[in-house]
Design a protein around this ligand. Sequence first.
Ligand code: NAD
Ligand code: MG
Length: 378
Amino acid sequence: MRKIAVLGATGSIGVQTLDVVARHPDKFHVTALTAHSNANELFAYVRRFRPQAAGLVKETEIPEDLRFCEWFFGEDVNSRVLEAVKPDDALCAVVGIAGLPAVMTALKVCKRILLANKEALVTGGQLVMEEARKRNVPILPVDSEHSAIFQCLQGGVEPKGLILTASGGALRTWDKQAIENATVDQVLSHPTWRMGKKITVDCATMMNKGLEVIEAHYLFGMPEERISVVVHPQSIIHSLVEFVDGSMLAQMGCTDMRVPISYALGYPERIESGAKELDLLSMGALNFEKPDMDRFPCLALARGALREGAHAMITLNGANEEAVGAFIAGRIPFGAIAKIVERILNMTSFSRVSDVEAVYTIDRDARARAMREIGRFE
Ligand code: NAD
Ligand code: MG
């Protein structure tokens, strides 16, 4: 039995993880669950999975029947729950930089990290990977593209390059002017995946693919110039790996995150995920397009930040989190997200980042600057 902590249990990835886990009561035991503020949903999962510990960022009255488990509250809830329970695996599915302290703690107390939270690698990639190597803790990707690459690399041969596929998001075919003023509803109706709001907006700006280039750089130790991006609107091929002999391997499947989740949970075995088989005969044609950096400048901003270094990546992430939040709240137009991120990057002078404390300081600074820019729209 593997003891599993699910951090961000009430979100899109968290719920799908619990669905896979529930299919294998002989293999997994949920020992910890956390969420931000959706207490009633978390309570339902605590009732069902009966973990040893649970936590909410927002303090809430705990119902009588749920006092069998140890409760934690506050900003550092993920770390405190992990320290209390010391699970074998921590599946990190919180959203944003809140995942970084959780991953740093998981590296100290867990045997494996199953990582959905890409922002932890965008903001602390080098620190996280160094610590993981030092402690010999594997970081198994849950993000579908990185899971696809990880699956294609099981032969153990060094790849020549990585190719990330992108759906292109909700605005793939829109012209530049229309993109500028896309509404929240339009942006949140993703053509192929059902996900949390923040990542769905990131898909529409293509910042998500930029964050994933950074994620791939750290997970697979691949230089930025050997990670390419191709738009593939059907989201059937989840990513590809190129080898020196001219061969490419691709991983295919339905758009169901339970596939990469179950691969990480069961690794190195494959376990039943609940996902439908891909029906090749009804699939139709697969298309590939070059990403348009003019209509979707965030991909280029993220690549630029990766080449620049940690300070730039933390700044990009912090400004983006604030701008995406402001867009969802109706405070800025869609087109302002990329402009705000670019402006904050341009006004920041970058220095070396040597520890996690420095990451949080830079993040706070980027957010404060972004908030001032957001204020100009009101
Ligand atoms: P979501 O918004 O649906 O869920 C986020 C979850 O984290 C919720 O349970 C929320 O309550 C919780 N949470 C937020 N802040 C927290 C904190 N500080 N402490 C504890 N819990 C907290 O998001 P999602 O779509 O599930 O995405 C989660 C992460 O996985 C993101 O980093 C995203 O980029 C990544 N990811 C998601 C998908 C997907 O299909 N949804 C695919 C690939 C990668
Ligand atoms: Mg992805």
